[in-house]
Design a protein. Structure first.
Ligand SMILES: NC(=O)c1ccc[n+]([C@@H]2O[C@H](COP(=O)([O-])OP(=O)(O)OC[C@H]3O[C@@H](n4cnc5c(N)ncnc54)[C@H](O)[C@@H]3O)[C@@H](O)[C@H]2O)c1
Length: 367
């Protein structure tokens, strides 16, 4: 079968993980073009991609570099575009690519407004193209094991779950690029850092949200968005999710943890990036806790984790098999909607019922 032809738009920090994800799926994918408004950044990522291939003993043909993604999608034959620009540009670029008949993997968050995310989902469907959102932590082994236990009914009735993202993002992080922490292009720590775990919590606890209530504020960082947020989600099945998200933990990252509590099971996942099972207790006793703890993978190098490679693989298979990717546009929209609902709750001081209606990070300007 022919390899799928990939291109990446936005060649900043996270794009290295896209290079790795495409290179690690070399049997099925090849990178044909890179685009960044700063040409040098695209050229650097081209070198990194070729280094990943060289480590596997593979020689790659030339990768074409562009500064204008519209020119790139017109000139190149591309099957899948991966988008790793500032969050506020995701929607426009994804819509242009989908309308050009190209499948899209977009970084999280899918977008910054309900209208944009809805349009992206609709446009993917109308053009019969796949839309996948980079919530790569769903592919962590510890998370996959927990999801399997859930699908096998081992938790019994779900009661509650907690996501704690207790990290440090100091001003040197926000000063790396002017978009960070702004309502127009990013949002606060809930939208940027915590959305991965918000996605995991809703994936585990039942997906359909009833109500969101939040208290957020900007305590230490000189940014527009919040640097701390506490969120309570009530799901339609009655389960309750609690999120504690901070960019202010002194003096460095403390934990990224997900705990799921059911009538017959308790699982706590910790590690640098929700990658390590710390507690595994089930009434059925199918395996011992110590056995499970012994079989784990190690910590990843960065909080980005190991998930981009399997997420890209799942996208490739979804195109070949004519099915939806695991993290499709609808899933990415739910995670974003929860954050937007938290923002709306902050603004109004009230719990927010789903569906939340039209709302955007821009509605937070001045808050
Ligand atoms: N999945 C994850 O774990 C993860 C981790 C970090 C960042 N992200 C997400 O990835 C995105 C990028 O984050 P980053 O830290 O790499 O940002 P960054 O600022 O380092 O990189 C963004 C790049 O996009 C380029 N760009 C902007 N507009 C463009 C356009 N029209 N065409 C081509 N290039 C354009 C910029 O020049 C820049 O090089 C954000 O949405 C962020 O939320 C995801």
């Amino acid at each position: 079968m022919d390899k799928l032809r990939f291109a990446t738009i936005g060649c900043g920090r996270i794009a290295k993980k896209h290079m790795e994800g495409i290179a690690n799926n070399y049997d099925d994918a090849k990178l044909v073009a890179l685009c960044d408004v700063v040409q040098d950044k695209a050229e650097k990522k081209s070198k990194i991609y070729n280094e990943f291939l060289a480590q596997k003993g593979i020689v790659q043909s030339k990768i074409n570099i562009y500064r204008d993604y519209r020119e790139m999608i017109q000139k190149e034959k591309i099957d899948v575009v991966t988008i790793a620009t500032e969050s506020g540009y995701h929607a426009k670029i994804a819509l242009d690519c989908l309308n050009a008949g190209i499948n899209v993997i977009v970084e999280k968050p899918i977008a910054l407004s309900t209208a944009d995310a809805d349009l992206m989902v609709k446009t993917a469907r109308e053009n019969n193209r796949k839309l996948c959102v980079c919530h790569q932590n769903r592919f962590n082994k510890a998370v996959q094991m927990t999801r399997k236990a859930l699908e096998d009914g081992r938790f019994g009735k779900l009661i509650n779950g907690t996501a704690r993202i207790l990290w440090n993002r100091d001003m040197s992080y926000y000063k790396q690029a002017p978009w960070r922490g702004t309502w127009k292009l990013d949002g606060g720590t809930l939208m940027n850092q915590c959305i991965h775990d918000i996605d995991l919590l809703q994936w585990m606890l039942g997906g359909e949200v009833d109500t969101v209530y939040a208290q957020c504020d900007t305590y230490l960082r000189d940014i527009e968005g919040e640097d701390f947020g506490a969120v309570i989600i009530r799901f339609k099945n009655g389960a309750i999710g609690i999120i504690e998200g901070s960019a202010c933990v002194y003096p460095k990252n403390l934990e990224e943890t997900l705990s799921i509590f059911g009538q017959k099971g308790t699982v706590c996942i910790g590690g640098l990036a929700v990658n390590r099972i710390e507690t595994w207790r089930f009434e059925d006793g199918a395996e011992s806790e110590s056995d499970v703890l012994r079989r784990q993978e190690g910590d990843p190098d960065t909080v980005y984790g190991f998930g981009h490679t399997p997420l890209f693989k799942d996208m490739i298979e979804s195109i070949r098999e004519g099915r939806e990717p695991l993290v499709n546009g609808e899933s990415g929209s739910v995670a974003m909607d929860i954050v937007l609902a938290a923002y709306k709750s902050r603004k109004t001081g009230m719990p927010v019922k789903f569906p939340i209606g039209s709302f955007s990070t821009l509605d937070m300007q001045g808050c």
